[in-house]
Structures are given as C-alpha cells and as structure tokens.
Design a protein around this ligand. Sequence first.
Ligand SMILES: Nc1ncnc2c1ncn2[C@@H]1O[C@H](COP(=O)(O)OP(=O)(O)OP(=O)(O)O)[C@@H](O)[C@H]1O
Ligand SMILES: [Zn+2]
Length: 723
Amino acid sequence: MTRARLLVLNAALPVLDYRVPHGMSVEHGSVVVAPLGPRQIIGIVWEPERLPTEEVGDNRLRNLLQVLPVPPLSAPLRRLIEWTADYYCASLASVARMALSSTAALQGGRTMTEYRLASDAQPPARLTPQRAAAIERLAGEQATMRELAEMSGVTEGVLRGMVGVGLLQAVQVDLDRPYPAADPDHDVPALSAGQQAAADEMVAAVATSGFAPFLLDGVTGSGKTETYFEAVAQAIRMGRQVLVLLPEIALTQNFLHRFEDRFGVTPVLWHSSLKAAERRRAWRAIASGQAQVVVGARSALFLPFARLGLIVVDEAHEVSFKQDEGVRYNARDVAVIRARFESIPVVLASATPALESMTLAEAGVYKRIVLPDRFGGAQLPDIQICDLTQQPPERNHWIAPPLVEALKARLERGEQSLLFLNRRGYAPLTLCRSCGHRFECNTCSAWLVEHRLSRRLACHHCGQEQPMPTACPECGEADCLVACGPGVERIADEVREILPEARVLLATSDTLNSPEKIGDFVTAAQEGMVDVIVGTQLVTKGYHFPELTLVGVIDADLGLEGGDLRAGERTYQQIAQVAGRAGRGEKPGEVVIQTRHPKAPVIAALAAGDRDAFYTAETEGRRAAHAPPFGRWAAIIVSSEDEAEAREAARAIGGTRPNLPDVAVHGPAPAPLSLLRGRYRYRLLINARRSAELQKIIREWLGGLKFPASVRVGVDIDPYSFV
Ligand SMILES: Nc1ncnc2c1ncn2[C@@H]1O[C@H](COP(=O)(O)OP(=O)(O)OP(=O)(O)O)[C@@H](O)[C@H]1O
Ligand SMILES: [Zn+2]
C-alpha cells in the first residue's frame, strides 16, 4: 500500500489521504499518526472505496509519520463502526473513538509509573494538614499522580513533595503482564435437565461458530447465569474470547464472584471508571487476544477483540444498555450486529425480555431457549395487590397496613424483606409552608431532591447540590420547609419507626457507590446481618438472597408517569424483576404491590402472574400505534442556552419536515425537561412505518439546514426515554 485513506478520530475533520513512506507497512485497520498542518493526528487506515472523497494527486500527499504499536482493527470491527455510525446518525469518528478508548494503550510501552503510600515510612510527628489528608485518603490506593490527586483532593505538587520525603513511593507497573488463565473445568455445576438442554444448544453454537442469536428466556432464579457459563467455558476451551455485557457496574461485583467460583479466576473488567493503567492493560490484552473473558458495561462493545467467540448480554431488557449521550446507541442491539459481523453466537438473557426481542424470537430470527422453572424446586412468589385507595397508609406515611403486617411477620420469623421505590433521596420536592416557594434547580426544569443523609438538596439531572437551607430563601421564614413525597431514605425512616428493632439497610447508588460497598452489601444480606433492605432499581435484579421472602413495591404507579416511551413495559419488567428476588431459597416468597390503579393492565397482569397476557396486550397496543417493533421512532432534540434560538431552530426543522406517507412528525414542542444543564430544549418525535428509510430521510432533512454553532441538534434513533 503506498497511499492510505484515513478515518480521523476527530469529527470536525474530513477524510484525509496520505502517502505511506518507503519502509513503512500499513494495512486496512492500522492505527497511524499523520501530520495535519503543524499538528499530529491519529487515524485508522480504511478501505478507500468505503470512504469516498475527492482524490488528491500523489504529489500533494504528505507522509504518514508512524504506525502505532497495536494490532490493526479487524474488518468485522470496521464494519461495526460503519454500521453504528450509519444507523444512529452519528459520525464515524465518534464511533471509532469508542474502539480506541485508551489513548495510553496506543502508545505501546510496557510499563507505567504509579504511586502508593510507602508501606514502611514512619509518618513524621508533624504533618502539614494536606499531607495528613492525603495519607488518610490514599490508604490502599495505587494510581497515577493525577488520579491520586483527584482521589485525595490535594495537588500533584503536594504529592510530589511526599514522594521526595519518602511518604509516597513509585511503583513500575508492567502493562502487558498477562491475566491469569480461566479454567473451564474449575468447578462445573450439576445442571438440571432443562438447564443442560439449554446449555447444550449454546455450547454447540459456540463450537461450530457462525452467527447465531439466542434469547435465553428464563424465569427469575432459573439459573440463566450457570447455563450460559457453559457456553463461556466452551469458548475458553477453544481459545476464543468472550464478552459479557452487564447493564450496570453495580452488578459486576456479584458477577465477579460467581465467575471466580466457576472458573477459578476473575474475568477482565471494563468500565468507564477504570484507572488509566488498568484501562491500558485491559485494552492491550483484549486487542492481543490474551484477555479471555471481558465483563463490562456497554462501552466494552466496541473493544478490538482479536478472537471474539461469544457475546452475552445479561439482563438484556435493561434500559441502561441505551446510551443517551454522545453516540446514542443501544448496546443490546449493537451486540447482535457485532455478532453478525464476527460470525459468532450472541445470547440475550432475561426473565423479562423486551417486546422487540420477543417478537424477533417469535419470527424465528432469534432462537428462543426457555427455562420455565426456578432452580432447585423453588417456586415463584405469591403476588398480592394492595389498593391504596381502599387501604391507605397513615397520613405522611407510605407503607400501607397489609405491607406493615407482612414486614412484622417476616421480622418475627427472622426472614428478610426488600422494599422497592425507584427514587433516591428523602423527598422529591421541598416547599416553604409559609410562602409556597418550591426548591428548583437553576439550570434544569426540575425540583431539587432532598438528601437527608448528606443534608443536601440535589438535582438528579445535572448533579448540582447545595446544603439544605434552614430558612426559606424567598420569604426568610425559619423552620418552615416541608418535605413532600417519599424517597427511599424516607421509607427507611418509616421502617425504623414501625419496626424499631429491625436492621435496615439502604441500597441506592448514593450508599453503594464503590465496589467495596456493594461487596459489603451482598455479604450483609447473604449472612443475615440485615432484616429490611430499602432500595432503588439498583437492587431489583441479579441478586440472589435465599432468606429474602417478602418484596414490597411502594408505588407501582410511579413508572407510568413521565416521559418514558415504553412506560408500561418498563413497569412490568421492573416489578417482575424485583418480585423475582423473593422466595429464591427454600421458603416461599410473597410480593405486595401498592398501587392506586389495580385494574391497569400492567398491574393486573402482574397480579395474575400472566406474562403472556401482558405481552399480548402490549403487542396489540404497539401494533395499533405503529410503535416499535411494528413501526419506528426517532427523536430530534434541539437545544441552546438561548431559549429563543432553540425555539427558532426547532421551528426551522419543523417547517421543513418531510411530507411522506409513511412518516409522521410530531412537534416541535418544548421537551418535558425543557431546561437541562442551562440549555433550553425542544424536541420532535418521528414515527415511521418500517418501509421508510428513516435514517436517510433524517440525514437529508437535517443536512439541508444550517444552525448557529450555539445550537445543538441531536438525533436519537429508537429512543427510550423522551424527556
Ligand atoms: N445447576 C445449578 N447448580 C447449583 N446452583 C445453581 C444451579 N443453577 C442455578 N443455581 C443457583 O441458583 C441461583 C439462581 O441462579 P441465577 O442467579 O443464575 O438465576 P437467574 O436466572 O440469573 O435469575 P435472575 O434473572 O433472577 O437474576 C444462584 O444462586 C445459582 O448459583
Ligand atoms: Zn439541574
């Protein structure tokens, strides 16, 4: 190759051609450094015919500078990058950056310097407050200077000083040191007949390879994990790599333990909060093929696996697989596409599959594998509906009498309970009793949520926080602020009031915000050190606590409000999942669902334990509305710091809407969250028949318009939330 066409990792730059200098060898997929003016840029050598641009004469080409010491991106991965950019109306550069997601890894080099507290150093009698703070906060940590500065809250200068006097020591980390090998036969469980049959099918698909999408549809507690582990073992035996996607980092801790029990080592972790050195090591091991099994959040999907043999998407129905910032993609769907390009099996595992996945299974596109029973003879829990209009809780309380009784009975028997409310904090709204002032975020159209544990008011959309005031900022009155409505903290208080002797544990992303804390939580629950867990959606899935026999859903109607396009389905999944935590051991489970709408189809289906009824009704509703999977949605979100400018831009888009028989455009209208992080937002919702070439239509439509640089126009294909 003497000429190279580059996909440059910067969306603002066009496709660029370069000369490959004598003695340098590149191939498609090579990651290279090229000159651009006085700067150097990173690019990927791409097939020229797939990146058409105006040809430049040989004599005008500049030389490539360097081929980076990483394996070239494979053809399947290049096709995946193209597909994702095309399907989600994103730039190739922004998708390619997700594959080259460790800049450090691209530079090769085998060691990196990290620092930690010197183990033998005697801290001098007198320490500056900053040094003392650093010593306190950095216990047990090892990371780069910059990361340590972030963790400790002191400057790098202070830390360097500490290196100078021997309080901190440098450690050379070998980045390419291999991960220990997983043993496919370390501890093989005895599978039930049903599990074995399911495992055999997936194992056979891994053995023959070739594209094979599976929907592993097993009730809660059926042992889906143990079953797909057999397919993982098969891939390991064949020297192929496996990617397991989990919806949240919070679930990885639990997964790591189970994996270690089965395979003798922990898998390679990938998520956004890895430290630079870990990230670099993982990336390189994935690219070289040394990392056998990688477990990660959705961003792991674009990693440059050398020999991928299987993808598993666990809890595949989870909405957190949908990314709503940057490239707006759905990792569940892209996982299937990657498997197709790689010609390998992919397993979507869930007890409550998305309607889209069910439809594809019914159409025979996915092979459906059913695990209809819980493992070990456990029964699915008994479900009770508590109609809050008939049996209301006491004033300013949220736990109604039937649930109170059920909680008391559990405590007497020494069994555990779980109360679920998907709202962090103490109260979702605070107002002034004397003047009616409501506390609102100043950069979002949202109430501030009181967090009593941290004594702050926080915006759950932008993360801004302020200390809880003692007086009303509007009228100046003291002691007049009232908390309205419940969050989990308030429910936990209520439990302590009803059951003063119960040990209550709050499980939210505020309290379980590190792997250690999640590990402690699992231990506490498993070893019976807690009686009542009060939690958000964080604890609705994946966990297995045999002594947990009661689940209470505080407000089943909550998810039906708001801007969720799949509110009914989401509510069904969330409640079915949390209900699935009850009675997984030997003792039977009971679920109490509190609702004001016991007759709503979702609630009725849950009460009857009739999943098919729910899917049938939902399917018909979707069909009638031309909603997915029968039609398609896309959203266009327009935002600007200037309200009028955002409105104008949205109007301009609305005014040039395509006039097509198979495409309906709704809006523009102010988004439900009309102000977010200081930007005013308008949106349009597009509903298209499957016959329409939706992305092409949107690209041509928006491509013909010009907006000021201060206006952002985002496209969301197959949107989930619509706030
Ligand atoms: N064949 C088996 N041998 C021993 N233990 C098993 C077996 N199958 C499942 N189990 C155990 O049963 C429990 C439930 O299994 P698992 O968590 O995999 O279920 P699941 O289908 O993933 O459930 P959920 O969807 O509710 O998370 C786990 O503790 C698991 O270790
Ligand atoms: Zn805010």
